[in-house]
Design a protein around this ligand. Structure first.
Ligand code: AMP
Length: 395
């Protein structure tokens, strides 16, 4: 796997696909610079070698050119967070962009305009990719968040750099950390899959059953498993048409010697609200009209024991409606157990939109081994898919 450390960038212009798809407020100011900061190591190494960087990214989902989605709004934030003056060019291909690149001196940064102002970006257009390829000597992909897309800047452009292409530090560490779980996780390996629905996690579950010893299932999706086994789940979230699938997963897990752990009790509520009346019930006998919105205390103890005895942990999805304080305890307890296991030497990887949000909300980011930045991309890797953005560098 070639990374930027395999190249010396002296007098070279690096064309870097970054993920600067950052949130902006109504004054068009960056409200969270995490993604910009994440590119710093890659940029710094190239500049310190004596090269320069041409940065390309998308921002939002523009329909043609949309002023409010221009990357010019983030120029000052990029300068501030990377600590180097950034110049900007009002297009990402063509004469103006080529001119700006030609004038770019070593040690300097140039940011191109939003790639998605051209519809050819998303369609993976060859000519557009070729035009982008004119803007650098070495292509670097450091955008994990879009690595599952076969877009012009994330995959097709790599074809025009036969040898001179590599992974940036962020993308390389994402791949290494996910592979730590998927290919060489120290046993016992435990996956915790939560969230709302079985249907959105089914492919991941099927794929990771080959790599794990324990599977903890929590969140709304647990109720489909409980109902399929004859439980009464009141008005908890159930995907009626996924019950057979749930049973087949339990069967498959048995064949593969994977222990599945479902909740045994739940915090149930009389309405979907933080102010609802609540009580704790056995998960197999939830009262009519009540819905399970968090795992109960007995479940917390069981889940915690398994986690504390694991050496490799993957966490995707909350085990309750953690956005509401009344139903956050299970997810907090789970996060704390993962943090404790990590302290004892386990490797823990957290990924997927809502578990990352939970980790941030409960300040656990520094207490787990790795928090993945790419929601969709990480999920596709866990599903065992080959990501076009990664494949294009390896070819
Ligand atoms: P996902 O995007 O599939 O990972 O689902 C995350 C969402 O699942 C979060 O917004 C949670 O509030 C929600 N969730 C977790 N547990 C439950 C539950 N027991 N009932 C309904 N929604 C839940």
């Amino acid at each position: 796997m070639k990374t930027i450390n395999d190249f010396n960038f002296e007098n070279k212009k690096a064309l870097i696909r970054v993920d600067f798809n950052v949130p902006l407020n109504e004054n068009l100011e960056v409200t969270d610079g995490t993604r910009i900061r994440a590119a710093k190591d890659t940029i710094t190494k190239i500049l310190e070698d004596g090269g320069s960087c041409v940065l390309m990214s998308h921002l939002g989902r523009p329909n043609g050119i949309e002023e409010k989605l221009s990357l010019k709004h983030i120029v000052s934030k990029v300068s501030e967070l990377i600590g180097v003056q950034v110049s900007f060019v009002h297009d990402c291909v063509g004469q103006q962009a080529e001119q700006a690149v030609a004038e770019l001196e070593n040690g300097k940064l140039l940011l191109l305009e939003n790639l998605r102002f051209h519809q050819e970006e998303k369609s993976g257009d060859e000519e557009f990719a070729k035009a982008l390829a004119k803007l650098g000597d070495i292509y670097v992909n450091d955008a994990f968040g879009t690595a599952h897309r076969a877009h012009a800047s994330t995959a097709v452009v790599a074809n025009y750099f036969t040898k001179n292409k590599c992974f940036g530090m962020l993308l390389a560490s994402e791949i290494n950390n996910i592979n730590k779980v998927l290919t060489h996780g120290e046993q016992p390996v435990t996956a915790i899959i939560g969230g709302a629905k079985v249907s959105s996690k089914i492919t991941i579950i099927e794929s990771i059953l080959n790599k794990i010893d324990h599977l903890i299932i929590g969140g709304g999706m647990a109720f489909t498993f409980i109902k399929a086994q004859g439980g009464q789940v009141g008005s908890s979230l159930v995907e009626e048409d996924k019950q057979a699938l749930a049973l087949s997963i339990l069967e498959l897990a048995k064949e593969k010697n994977v222990k599945i752990h479902l909740p045994i009790d739940a915090i149930v509520a009389d309405q979907f609200s933080n102010e609802a009346n609540t009580k704790i019930e056995d998960i197999f006998t939830i009262s009519d009209g009540w819905m399970g919105l968090d795992v109960g205390p007995k479940t917390n103890t069981i889940f915690s024991d398994i986690i504390l005895n694991s050496k490799t942990i993957l966490w995707n999805g909350p085990v309750g409606v953690f956005e509401m304080e009344s139903f956050a305890k299970g997810t907090i307890s789970l996060g704390n157990s993962i943090a404790e296991a990590t302290k004892k030497g386990a490797f823990s990887l957290v990924g997927g939109g809502d578990s990352v949000a939970a980790v941030k909300k409960f300040n656990l980011g520094d207490e787990v081994s790795y928090v993945s930045t790419g929601g969709g991309a990480m999920l596709e890797m866990l599903e065992g898919k080959t990501l076009p953005g990664i494949q294009a560098i390896l070819e």
